[in-house]
Write a protein that binds this ligand. Structure first.
Ligand code: NCD
Length: 350
């Protein structure tokens, strides 16, 4: 495995090895303090982030690596109009690994085509967020004994929440999971994620009401309404504040429930509910740093390609139907399809 664009690329055996490494790092942090001391990690965050960016920077520094990067494009050549391909070629020449977050869907995959060093997808628009998925799987494994056999409720912005898309795609690979998708009709999961659920044969249902199903859940994955991905303030306001987890609803839930949240949270969990010991999102964030340490250690071992990789040629004349796809703004990218879907962002081609 060179780059991590999607959790799909990892076998469950590789996942198990990564978890074991993270566990060893948690138990023996000193052992790893210098393990990447000759490495340089670049964090290119084209979109704001606190948790994910700091979590990667902390992970790299705790392994003894050095870190460079930007947060927001204002101070970088991107603001002068530099394309993604050139930025990546330059940064790959300077560093040993690139962690990237970008608002366009499929951007991390696009970057991986032009990079001599591993790319880690730290979020590509509303598409995927595989290291949050690793964080979530680590939390389930540490707190619930494994990532299978659970009834998992996802609540909130299931349309725009990339952490939800990535985690559902991962959880269908673990036996015994069933899914309750709690959202308003306007914020249901995208069709391609629904197709993943249908193809997997896992049982799932869509719900409007959190009260109606909270008692069935082993895991409740709360999410914020992704304000920045709405077309207008009015459109956002229609959806804001619909799902609030409070003490009254938690009283209807199992004692063994755990509540997760990728964070940041806004108003979807009340302060009173926040104090309930079943809310484990701060532990979740900490687990995220350890699994990212394990990931960095694993990918940094592979070293850098001696020369620029050959990038693929277009295999279709069709265009991606997703206006937020990276192919809409980076015109040089080859058009790539697999089974009628865009290889960059998974949406249907037209
Ligand atoms: C999430 C993200 O960026 O997608 N946060 C995170 O990575 N910790 C969730 C969010 O922004 O709502």
């Amino acid at each position: 495995m060179r780059s991590l664009i999607d959790f799909d690329q990892m076998t469950l055996e590789e996942w198990g090895e990564l978890y074991d490494l993270a566990k060893d790092i948690m138990d023996n942090p000193k052992k790893y303090a210098d393990s990447c001391k000759d490495k340089l990690v670049a964090t290119l965050f084209y979109e704001p982030s606190t948790r994910t960016q700091f979590s990667f920077q902390a992970a790299a520094l705790k392994l003894g690596a050095k870190v460079i990067g930007f947060s927001g494009t204002a101070g970088s050549s991107v603001s002068k109009g530099e394309n993604l391909k050139d930025t990546i070629r330059i940064v790959a020449a300077y560093s040993d690994l690139i962690v990237m977050r970008n608002p366009s869907e499929g951007a991390a995959y696009a970057a991986s085509l032009y990079s001599r060093v591993p790319i880690i997808n730290a979020g590509d628009g509303g598409h995927l967020h595989p290291t949050q998925t690793l964080t979530d799987l680590t939390t389930l494994t540490a707190l619930k004994g494994g990532a299978g056999g659970h009834t998992v409720g996802f609540c909130g912005d299931l349309k725009n929440g990339r952490t939800v898309h990535s985690l559902i795609k991962a959880l269908v690979r673990f036996p015994g999971n069933s899914f309750v998708l709690i959202s308003t009709p306007a914020l249901r999961i995208p069709d391609y994620v629904k197709k993943v659920l249908e193809d997997s044969g896992a049982s799932y249902r869509e719900e409007n009401s959190l009260e109606a199903c909270i008692g069935d859940l082993d895991v409740l994955y709360m999410t914020r309404i992704q304000k920045e991905r709405f077309e207008s303030e009015e459109a956002y306001k229609k959806e804001a504040g619909v799902y609030i987890l409070d003490a009254k609803k938690l009283a209807m839930a199992k004692q063994s429930l755990i509540v997760l949240h990728p964070l940041p949270k806004v108003d979807e969990i009340t302060d009173e509910a926040d104090e309930d010991p079943r809310c484990r999102y701060f532990d979740q964030a900490e687990f995220g740093m350890y699994i990212r340490m394990a990931l960095l250690l694993t990918l940094l071992k592979e070293g850098k390609e001696a020369s620029q990789p050959a990038w693929p040629r277009s295999n279709t004349d069709k265009s991606c139907g997703n206006p937020r796809c990276i192919t809409k703004t980076e015109g040089y990218l080859p058009k790539l399809e697999d089974n009628g879907r865009c290889v960059y962002c998974d949406h249907a081609l037209i």
